[in-house]
Design a binder for this molecule. Structure first.
Ligand code: ADP
Ligand code: MG
Length: 312
């Protein structure tokens, strides 16, 4: 029996670090990544794929700004929805082609996924997540006049900052479950999902972004997946990261993971949410979270590489 799996793809699944983003590159890169993932794709497991969207949304915000007064403005949550469309297309078509080359065919669907957040999540009072392009001080004043908070980012200029509230509920979880049961490969919760709040029985989009690793953990828990696989650009999480004492973190239980999280070993907004996601997901018995990169995936699946967070 293969285990129901949720695979969270990092931003590096669609472009080399620092390389300019183009549509052609995203297709090329996705193909390389999915070819390396073929062990997962060919064993007929029930599989959900989620993905990041930071660079894509950054480019969308540039398009919105450049077209002000000529084309209607698109709020942030709609940019997230559009990025789920763009990358959902890239992923479903690439998956189709990679499976076809292996002589296989599976139905594939990409789901626009709405994620409920709390209206009174403290993140709405304290936006922390930097998004979009870097601005000069004069440009930043102009963006601020349009009502957007900004933060100075070291040497590189100013960036917009937006709330990153915790995901609470996945609106489309029943649809995703039905598709999985029907043998469909599902792309869902891209970019952490489209953030919405509940107003009574109604849903309404909010200007925010949700962390894709945390949403993947929530979705994986709700559909009772056994494996959360977080694919990123480092082979594992490290203790004392970027210091002479840097040490790879192998297999750990959730209690130890929580202690290390409290000791602040992991970068805020990068490795920290992956460890948090692992702790949340692996709280159920017989569930494990693997953090690794494409190169050590095979080894990590055998328990020989990567960071593996397990139930205690
Ligand atoms: P993704 O797009 O995969 O979510 P992120 O940039 O958000 O990628 O997270 C991966 C990055 O986390 C790594 O490239 C690394 O620079 C950073 N990072 C911060 N703290 C750690 C740590 N303790 N161990 C490993 N990587 C870390
Ligand atoms: Mg990330």
């Amino acid at each position: 029996m293969t285990e129901r799996t949720i695979l969270a793809l990092g931003g590096n699944a669609f472009a080399a670090p620092g390389a300019p983003l183009t549509m052609a590159r995203q297709f090329e890169f996705a193909k390389l990544v999915f070819q390396s993932l073929s062990p997962l794709l060919l064993d007929d497991r029930e599989l959900i794929i989620s993905h990041g969207n930071g660079p894509q949304v950054g480019h969308m915000l540039i398009r919105v700004e450049e077209a002000l007064g000529k084309a209607y403005a698109v709020p942030l949550e709609v940019c997230v929805a559009e990025s789920e469309g763009e990358l959902g297309y890239v992923i479903t078509q690439t998956l189709h082609n990679v499976l076809d080359e292996a002589g296989r065919h599976r139905p594939i669907a990409s789901i626009l996924t709405q994620v409920v957040v709390d209206q009174d999540d403290p993140a709405f009072q304290h936006p922390t997540k930097a998004i979009g392009p870097f601005y000069t001080s004069a440009q930043a004043d102009e963006v601020h006049r349009r009502g957007f908070p900004l933060r100075k980012e070291a040497e590189r200029g100013f960036r917009r900052i937006v709330p990153s509230p915790h995901p609470r509920e996945i609106v489309d979880v029943d649809v995703i479950e039905s598709l999985l049961r029907a043998g469909v490969l599902v792309v869902a919760a891209g970019g952490g999902g489209i953030p919405v709040i509940r107003e009574g029985a109604q849903l309404r989009g909010v200007e925010a972004v949700v962390d894709k690793d945390l949403t993947s953990a929530l979705l994986g828990t709700l559909i009772e997946a056994r494996l959360l696989l977080i694919l990123t650009d480092v082979p594992c999480a490290y203790l004392n990261f970027n210091t002479p004492d840097q040490t790879p973190l192998g297999r750990i239980g959730i209690t130890e993971a929580q202690q290390l999280l409290d000791e602040a070993h992991f970068g805020e907004g990068s490795m920290q949410p992956k460890i948090e996601a692992g702790i949340q997901f692996s709280r159920r018995p017989d569930c494990r979270t693997i953090i690794c990169n494409v190169d050590n995936l095979d080894q990590a699946l055998q328990g020989l590489a990567g960071t593996i967070i397990e139930h205690d």
